[in-house]
Design a protein around this ligand. Structure first.
Ligand SMILES: [Zn+2]
Length: 307
C-alpha cells in the first residue's frame, strides 16, 4: 500500500525543501501527532522529549500584533486571568451576562496595560531608544527597551507610564459617569455592564498608577527616584560623577526598595491579606538585585574601590 501524505505533511515538507524550519504551529502539531502515535503503540521512549518540546514551544511568547512598529507579545501564563474568570463563571447563575462582563473587563485590562507600556515606548523613542518588544506577562506587561537608560532620559521614560495611567483614570471616570446617567434613563442591562466596566477601568488605572509610583525598584517610581538620585550625585559629588548611576541604583535598591517592599509585605500579613503580594514583592526585589549587579558589571569597578 502506498503511503499517502496529508496536506499538513506536504506543507511541512515544502518548507523543509525551501530550507525553512517548520513554523511554530507546525512544530507543535508534529510533536502532538508523534506523542499520540506513540501512546497508541504503547511506546514511551521519546514521550518525554516531545513533552519538553511542546512546553518549550508554548512557553515562548506569541506575537499577537504590531503597534507603532513594536511587536506586542503574549505569554501563556497570562491565561491565569481568563481561567480565573471561567472558574468564577462556573459558580454563577447569570452566566451569559457574566461572560459579557468578563470579556469587557479583559478588554479594559488589555487597553490599560498597553496604554501604560506604549507611553514608555513612545517617550523612549523621543530619546532615540528603540523598543525590542512589549510583552504581556503576569502581573502586567513589560516594555523591553533596546539599551539601558541613563538619567535624565530614564526620568521622563519612567514617568510617562504612570502619567498615561492617570490620564486613563480621568477618561474612564468620565465614561463611567456618562454610562451611569444613560443607565438611569434607560436601564438596559448591557448599559449597566458597560458602566461597571468603565468603573473597573477607573479603579484599575488608579491602582496601576499608584502601584507603579511606589519607590520600589524596578517599578517606575524606583526608576524615577534613581534617575533623580543620579542627577543629585553628579551635581553635588562631582568626584563620583562617573559612577553616579551605580551609586544611585544601589541607594534605590538597597536603601529604598528593600525597606519599602518588606514594609508592604508586613502590611499584607497584618492588614490586607492579599497574599499574591507576598510573591510579587520578593520577585520585584529579585529583579532589582539582578539589575543592580548588572549595573555594577557594566560600569566597571564598583564604587567601593576608592583610588
Ligand atoms: Zn511602567
Amino acid at each position: 500500500m502506498k503511503y499517502q501524505r496529508n496536506k499538513f505533511q506536504i506543507r511541512v515538507l515544502k518548507r523543509l525543501e525551501a530550507d525553512l524550519p517548520p513554523t511554530r504551529w507546525q512544530q507543535l502539531i508534529l510533536h502532538l501527532q508523534t506523542m499520540v502515535r506513540q501512546l497508541r503503540r504503547k511506546r514511551f521512549s521519546t514521550l518525554w522529549f516531545h513533552g519538553k518540546g511542546i512546553v518549550r514551544l508554548v512557553w515562548k511568547p506569541f506575537t499577537i500584533c504590531r503597534l507603532a512598529d513594536v511587536p506586542v507579545q503574549f505569554h501563556v501564563t497570562w491565561f491565569i486571568y481568563p481561567a480565573g474568570f471561567l472558574v468564577w463563571l462556573l459558580f454563577d447563575y447569570d452566566r451569559p451576562w457574566k461572560l459579557y462582563f468578563a470579556l469587557l473587563i479583559l478588554l479594559v485590562i488589555c487597553i490599560s496595560l498597553l496604554a501604560h507600556e506604549f507611553a514608555h515606548v513612545l517617550m523612549a523613542r523621543r530619546f532615540g531608544i528603540a523598543t525590542r518588544r512589549v510583552i504581556i506577562i503576569p502581573p502586567g506587561a513589560v516594555a523591553e527597551l533596546e539599551s539601558a537608560l541613563d538619567s535624565p532620559n530614564e526620568f521622563w521614560i519612567a514617568l510617562a507610564g504612570p502619567l498615561a495611567s492617570l490620564l486613563l483614570t480621568g477618561i474612564f471616570r468620565a465614561g463611567f459617569h456618562a454610562f451611569a446617567s444613560w443607565h438611569k434613563s434607560w436601564e438596559f442591562i448591557w448599559l449597566y455592564h458597560w458602566m461597571r466596566a468603565w468603573e473597573f477601568g477607573f479603579n484599575l488605572n488608579l491602582i496601576l498608577a499608584g502601584f507603579n509610583l511606589l519607590p520600589c525598584f524596578p517599578m517606575d517610581g524606583g526608576r524615577i527616584l534613581r534617575s533623580l538620585l543620579a542627577v543629585v550625585i553628579g551635581r553635588f559629588f562631582p568626584r563620583h560623577a562617573g559612577q553616579s548611576f551605580v551609586i544611585a541604583t544601589r541607594i534605590a535598591v538597597r536603601f529604598v526598595a528593600w525597606p519599602v517592599a518588606l514594609g508592604m509585605m508586613v502590611c499584607v500579613i497584618l492588614e490586607s491579606h492579599d497574599w499574591i503580594y507576598l510573591i510579587l514583592f520578593p520577585l520585584l526585589l529579585f529583579v532589582a538585585e539582578i539589575e543592580y549587579r548588572m549595573r555594577c558589571e557594566n560600569d566597571g569597578p564598583s564604587s567601593d574601590t576608592k583610588r
